[in-house]
Design a protein around this ligand. Structure first.
Ligand SMILES: Nc1ncnc2c1ncn2[C@@H]1O[C@H](COP(=O)(O)OP(=O)(O)OP(=O)(O)O)[C@@H](O)[C@H]1O
Length: 592
């Protein structure tokens, strides 16, 4: 029966969901299932006991029997209450554990993904998938367990009571079943479609809120409140409309059920009078039968609607597995080795690389970053500077050729040993929620307070940290919201100082800082880059006075390279860039 209820794709999904989750929670589900069977048995017993309630008081008028029956009734409801409690507690325990396990699994999976994955899934979508889709996994399992155990067993028990009390009337009542199943079936498809659209709109709502939080400065500065409001209104009304449509469709299954049940019950009531009169049945038997029939109504209704609930729940499960199964484009080889200690020379050999198919950025690129020296990457926007550091840190792999550190191909080494050799100071100076100490300490696991303070001193950050309300224990605020841009940069320089790696990747900030802040940062960077292989993206040529080498990147190729003074003396791309940035042209001079 179940196999026919859902499509093959959903069946596979369900089998996978159950096999991956049910086993680990078997003890909890076992207890919950036993409790459900007790609940189902007690529900049937409460219908059965109606016969004795009526017969003992109305028919035989036996007062002792009435007391006996009263005690039985109390006992049945007591046991049902306890079993109901056990069932809820253990079902929730297993369910919550499934949510927690799923969320951990999804999170560790997305952490393994390369950068390209994050351009495919915006953060708002990941947020939604990790929260609501994990919930869907639990709801589907809960639904299956409660439907197939509590509802089905209740139905079987109540049907047994009905058959024993009034077999012919049971047969008559059963005519409702095929009609109800048919009625509910055709609604399912419609609900599924709308539900998918609703989830998409829900994703847009989350994205909108997130964009507002991150882009609030731009929104305020450009007065984009109305635009954001209009966008939000659109998505919110879409969700509202779809929720209403789903509610309407789901509710539509009720009238079908109610009408059919109404006919069946009316028929049963009419027939029952005749039966009692003609066949000498007791009123107790009839009462017991009618109670069982009425009690069977709710579980029967839930089972009939199960397909709708299952299909909608499976949408979330499908989305969850889509995320969990997304191939990891950048993985560590099984036989990966440690990156051997060395001086830290980085070399690109015959590297071909593209972000998109048929759109090659690097074509046979050969480039060396000498050990212990600072190489500045300069050039026009889109020239390929960031892509070089992406490859040097193995955030992407080349299509062919190799990127090596001390002669070892990055694809052959473990991620951990590679990351341990590299310190990174990015343009966005991202800070994590927590204290200043915590943020610097992330540079090296297990660093002592003294080491953290030494790193902060070397990064020219100590003085301003000490001026903060709680010194090193001050909270940085969301993404360093409690700090200035220059302060955040010095914290991230301190983090890199603490790592003390041979290789330093530096993506210099584009925004200009005040001259004192810039001086402090430049001084800290000079200290940080000393004796390290440094690859530095320099957006402003004024900041690369301490570079040993300069590589000018244009259209994914090396346009020129050499020592700063040497390049300046030539009439090449570097000199042109230099003149453009540092020596104002006649027109620029007029604008200044
Ligand atoms: N994730 C990506 N997906 C697709 N194309 C990308 C991606 N990142 C960069 N590109 C493209 O690759 C080319 C080189 O970009 P890259 O970021 O390396 O240049 P850049 O020299 O660092 O530029 P900028 O100085 O503006 O940061 C550009 O044409 C850019 O559009």
């Amino acid at each position: 029966m179940f196999a026919k209820m859902i499509s093959n794709a959903n069946k596979t999904l369900l089998v996978r969901l159950l096999s991956e989750n049910f086993k680990s929670q078997a003890p909890w589900y076992g207890i919950a299932i036993v409790a459900m069977i007790v609940v189902a048995a007690m529900t049937s017993a409460s219908a059965w006991i109606m016969r004795d309630i009526v017969n003992s008081s109305v028919v035989s008028k036996d007062i002792n029997r009435v007391f006996e029956v009263a005690i039985m009734v109390a006992l049945i409801f007591f046991v049902k209450g306890i079993a109901g409690y056990v069932q809820s507690v253990f079902l929730s325990r297993a369910g919550n554990n499934i949510i927690a396990k799923t969320q951990k699994m999804l999170f560790s999976r997305i952490l393994k993904q390369g950068i390209s994955f994050y351009s495919k899934y915006p953060s708002s979508e990941l947020l939604m998938r990790i929260t609501t889709n994990a919930q869907a996994a639990r709801s589907v399992i809960d639904l299956i367990v409660t439907s197939f155990v509590r509802d089905l067993f209740s139905l079987i028990g109540l049907a047994a009571v009905m058959v024993i009390q009034q077999p012919s009337l049971t047969l008559f009542s059963a005519i409702i079943v095929p009609g109800a199943i048919y009625g509910v079936r055709h609604l399912t498809k419609k609900v599924r479609k709308i539900m998918e659209q609703e989830l998409a709109s829900l994703g847009m709502i989350i994205q909108n809120v997130q964009e507002t939080a991150t882009g609030i400065r731009v929104i305020k500065a450009f007065g984009l409140e109305n635009y954001m409001n209009a966008r939000m209104e659109k998505y919110v009304s879409e969700v509202e409309q779809r929720s209403n449509s789903i509610a309407k469709l789901e509710a539509a299954s009720s009238p079908i059920m109610e009408t059919l049940s109404g006919f069946a019950i009316a028929g049963v009531v009419a027939l029952s009078g005749i039966w009692v009169l003609q066949e000498g049945n007791t009123p107790g038997e009839l009462m017991s039968f009618i109670t069982a029939l009425l009690l069977a109504y709710e579980p029967a209704k839930r089972l009939a609607r199960m397909r709708i609930s299952l299909e909608t729940g499976l949408i979330g499960v499908r989305m969850m597995y889509e995320l969990a199964d997304h191939p990891i484009d950048l993985s560590q080889k099984d036989n990966a080795v440690e990156l051997a200690a060395g001086k830290g020379e980085i070399s690109f050999r015959n590297v071909n690389f593209s972000y998109k198919e048929n759109h090659r950025l690097f074509d046979n690129l050969n480039l060396d970053f000498p050990a212990g020296k600072t190489t500045a990457l300069v050039g026009p926007s889109g020239g390929g500077k960031s892509s070089i550091i992406n490859l040097a840190m193995r955030l992407y792999d080349p299509e062919s050729g190799s990127v090596m550190i001390d002669g070892q191909d990055l694809r052959d080494v473990t991620f951990e040993s590679l990351r341990n050799r590299i310190a990174y100071v990015g343009q966005d100076t991202f800070l994590f929620a927590g204290t200043v100490k915590h943020n610097i300490g992330l540079g090296r696991e297990g660093a002592s307070d003294e080491e953290i303070i030494a790193a902060a001193k070397a990064a020219n950050a100590h003085d301003f940290i000490m001026r903060m309300p709680h010194g090193y224990d001050s909270d940085v605020g969301e993404n360093g919201g409690n700090m200035s841009g220059g302060q955040k940069q010095r914290i991230s320089i301190a983090r890199a100082m603490l790592r003390d790696a041979e290789i330093l990747i530096l993506d210099e900030a584009t925004s200009a800082l005040d001259s004192e802040s810039e001086y402090l940062i430049r001084e800290a960077l000079t200290r940080l880059t000393r004796n390290r292989t440094t690859v530095m993206i320099a957006h402003r040529l004024s900041t690369i006075t301490f570079a040993d080498n300069i590589v000018v990147m244009e259209n994914g190729a090396v346009a020129e390279q050499g020592r700063p003074a040497e390049l300046l003396s030539r009439d090449g791309p570097y000199r042109r860039l230099y003149e453009l940035q540092l020596l104002p042209t006649a027109e620029q001079a007029m604008l200044l």
